[in-house]
Design a protein around this ligand. Structure first.
Ligand code: HSE
Length: 411
């Protein structure tokens, strides 16, 4: 029997306890030993559970217990999760985590400590909830030179965009539903402003390309400025709007990493990823394109990934697993305004729509014009040709109108 501990008894932590207890028999067969939850760390009281006796408010009861070999950190947030994880790894315990914020900020350091101590730091649940994606990238695709990862990485925003498009429900109502279902972060700003997706693309980029990518270096834009007019114009263009995280490796060894809402053509598989589902597409020089799809948030899907990591850690108590990457030098992440893109643009004319259109054609050449029901008489919507984002923005500044929206196209 191996003793484990769980730090945090929120949505994910309670799911981890539930899965470990409910599937105990099957899990012990997989782990080749039974797994006993010895302690659960949480400052709150949880009376009336079958395992209420396991709770502690004192981290040291876990740290100082030599029988506890594996700890699940499912508390979320940077502090004190960082200090706790560091102390546990340094004391020779393996840690498994769903904490994407911590991995994205401190992954290189924590992985180095795990390596020095010959223990494991595993975090499959930090990206894509229940979807197995990190292990396959690190193991099954190891033969490839990977050059791009892109995907829908946040369940809450995908749920919101899906409901806004298909059911016409207002933003606030759908967000409240996502919170009720346990999809959203404690502070849903991290979801709707793209920070959660940013942390996940940082982890994917680090794993795919071998160097840490810090969230502060990633251009990040959320979905809060998307209007129903944009959604209608996207439909006219044969697209849907999705929050896309993307990381690309350039020939010069620099990496482009971005998170923003994008027009996704309906012929692209990502356009059909709906509700809380996430999808991650990985491009490799041998395998071509590989797509991972599944539930990206929620109690049991996330617990499924955490418990799988616990089993893996228990099976490899004195062997290192494959996850690792190096710190990155300054300037490793390139300036996103140098990326070549096409933009959807919605503009309100200063004087007349025809003058605006003439100016836009002068600046961009022939335009792909868009339309929608109820379009205002002074509004012009179009898609630009390909150019660097910097150049397109400079041209937009010369238009004789007010730019209301710009959204990049996913090509
Ligand atoms: N808030 C996150 C999401 C949870 O909605 O995707 C899973 O990481």
């Amino acid at each position: 029997m191996i003793d484990v501990a769980i730090m945090g008894h929120g949505v994910v932590g309670s799911g981890v306890a539930e899965v470990l207890l409910k599937n105990a028999e099957h899990i012990s067969e997989k782990a080749k030993t039974s797994i006993n939850i010895k302690k659960i760390l949480d400052l709150r009281e949880f009376p009336g559970l079958t395992y209420s006796d396991k709770f502690t408010k004192d981290f040291n009861e876990i740290l100082d217990d030599p029988d506890i070999r594996v700890v699940a950190e499912v508390m979320g947030g940077l502090h004190p999760a960082y200090e706790f994880t560091k102390a546990l790894l340094e004391s020779g315990k393996s840690v498994v985590s769903s904490n994407k914020e911590l991995v994205a900020e401190k992954g290189d350091e924590l992985l180095r400590i795990a390596e020095e101590k010959n223990v494991n730091y595993l975090f499959e649940a930090s990206v894509g909830g229940g979807i197995p994606v990190l292990r396959p990238i690190a193991q099954c695709l190891a033969a490839n030179g990977l050059y791009e990862v892109q995907g829908i990485l946040n369940g809450t925003t995908n749920f919101i965009m899906t409901k806004m498009v298909s059911d016409g429900e207002p933003f606030e109502e759908v967000l409240a539903e996502a919170q009720r279902l346990g999809y959203a972060e404690k502070d849903p700003t991290a979801d709707v402003e793209g920070h959660d997706a940013c942390r996940k693309i940082c982890i994917l980029a680090a794993l795919a390309f071998g160097k840490h990518v810090y969230p502060k270096d990633v251009y990040t834009e959320g979905i809060t400025k998307i209007t129903s007019a944009d959604i209608q114009y996207a439909d006219f263009a044969g697209c849907v709007i999705k929050l896309i995280g993307r990381a690309r490796m350039a020939d010069n060894g620099k990496c482009s990493v971005t998170v923003y809402p994008a027009f996704v053509p309906k012929k692209n598989q990502l356009a059909h990823v709906e509700d809380v589902f996430n999808a991650v597409m990985v491009r490799g020089d041998a395998v071509g394109d590989v797509m991972f799809y599944g539930r990206g948030a929620g109690k049991l899907p996330t617990a499924s990934a955490v418990v799988a990591d616990i089993i893996d850690a228990v099976k490899h108590l004195s062997a290192r697993k494959y996850l690792s990457w190096a710190p990155a030098e300054d300037g490793y992440v390139s300036d996103h305004t140098e990326d070549t893109v096409r933009l959807y643009v919605r503009v309100k004319a200063d004087k007349c729509r025809d003058c605006l259109r003439a100016k836009a054609e002068e600046l961009f050449g022939e335009l792909q014009l868009l339309g929608r029901n109820g379009e205002a008489g002074d509004e012009l919507a179009f898609i630009t040709p390909f150019a660097s984002e910097k150049q397109l923005m400079a041209q937009l500044a010369k238009l004789n109108g007010t730019v209301l929206s710009t959204i990049r196209l996913l090509d």
